[in-house]
Design a protein around this ligand. Structure first.
Ligand code: SF4
Length: 333
């Protein structure tokens, strides 16, 4: 709930609106999990609230820890659905990779979540619970909406969650700590760019529309060239940044021809390209590109004034690619 909703909830229990502000502080700043801990709210008021509402924080049902410190959490999302979050430690950072939907309807062929199909939207509580219920809740430094699902396909909920994460009465995070990733859902992307100040990451993966379409059906509805035209209408030279995710597949998108086409596509745009190692999934025709090909690709982009880095691969020993663990769990249950 937002602050106005918490105030209304207090009033619905015949309590003063300021109790709503106290609730926001306990839920989002202090992140307590029980009514008893809310000690500046009277016992009778807590009882009235508990009779009508639930706090809703629930623990993960599974955890896998990588030798590199990456942790994958598994959550139940009701109706036999499971979702995942991945906590990635990195020197002075702890980044949470968050899921926004149960499954996904975008059908990208290289993605295990896409293969699961769509099993419904997550609500704001499901998404915030990923932040609140994990061991690192108090020390998280960043969040990326790059877990299961397409965040812009759940835009109203995303807006609500980002509002709670960035409000002074909420988590009080700067929008600069949050990156939302999309494959390019054009109408919602325009709203996102108009309404939000968080960073944007776009899953690009291939600069040639017909080749991109062979792995990403979304290309048919929203051409990557239109996505880029929209992005070029906005300013990314200040606080807000845009990056492009480019998973590298051997023999599909890892050669000079693709690098040059990507350079042409992004020329003049203030951005970064992240090259991503592909975690192999079953029954998929391409393997990860070689390190040599990735380095040559990176160097070619950097030589043409497009900032490009190879993202270090994390948590391979715990199947950190999204959708693997939850898919296994759903099959077992
Ligand atoms: Fe959905 Fe993202 Fe997987 Fe594509 S890559 S199917 S948008 S979760």
């Amino acid at each position: 709930m937002t602050l106005p909703e918490l105030k209304a909830a207090a009033q619905a229990c015949s309590l003063k609106p300021f109790v709503g502000a106290q609730l926001a502080d306990w839920l989002y700043a202090k992140r307590v999990r029980s009514w008893e801990r809310m000690v500046n709210i009277s016992k009778s008021a807590r009882e009235a609230l508990a009779a009508r509402y639930e706090i809703g924080v629930h623990d993960p049902v599974g955890l896998a820890c990588s030798s590199d410190g990456t942790k994958k959490y598994l959550f139940e999302a009701g109706q036999g659905r499971f979702i995942e979050s991945v906590m990635i430690p990195d020197e002075d950072r702890q980044t949470l990779c968050v899921s926004s939907q149960a499954g996904c309807r975008m059908g990208c062929k290289f993605c295990m979540t896409g293969r699961q199909g769509f099993h419904g939207q997550l609500d704001a509580a499901d998404i915030l619970n990923q932040f609140i219920s994990i061991e690192e809740s108090g020390t998280l430094s960043n969040a990326v909406f790059m877990g299961m699902g397409e965040p812009l396909d759940n835009y109203d909920t995303l807006t609500r969650v980002l509002g709670i994460l960035t409000a002074p009465w909420g988590f009080a995070w700067s929008p600069k700590r949050i990156t939302v990733s999309t494959i390019g859902v054009l109408p919602a992307l325009r709203r996102f760019l108009d309404e939000q100040r968080c960073h944007l990451a776009v899953s690009l993966h291939n600069p040639f529309p017909e080749e991109r379409l062979s792995l990403m059906p979304v290309q048919k509805a929203w051409d990557i060239r239109e996505v880029l035209s929209l992005i070029r209408e906005y300013d990314f030279s200040g606080q807000r940044r845009v990056s492009f995710e480019y998973t590298m597949f051997e023999g599909f998108n890892d050669d000079k021809r693709h690098a040059d086409a990507l350079i042409r596509l992004l020329r003049g745009l203030e951005c970064r390209v992240n090259l991503i190692r592909f975690h192999q999934i079953p029954d998929f025709p391409y393997r990860c590109a070689s390190l040599q090909a990735m380095e040559a690709f990176r160097d070619r982009l950097n030589n043409h004034q497009i900032l490009c880095t190879i993202r270090s691969s994390r948590g391979e020993d715990i199947l950190a690619a999204c959708g693997l663990l939850s898919g296994q769990q759903a099959q077992q249950s």
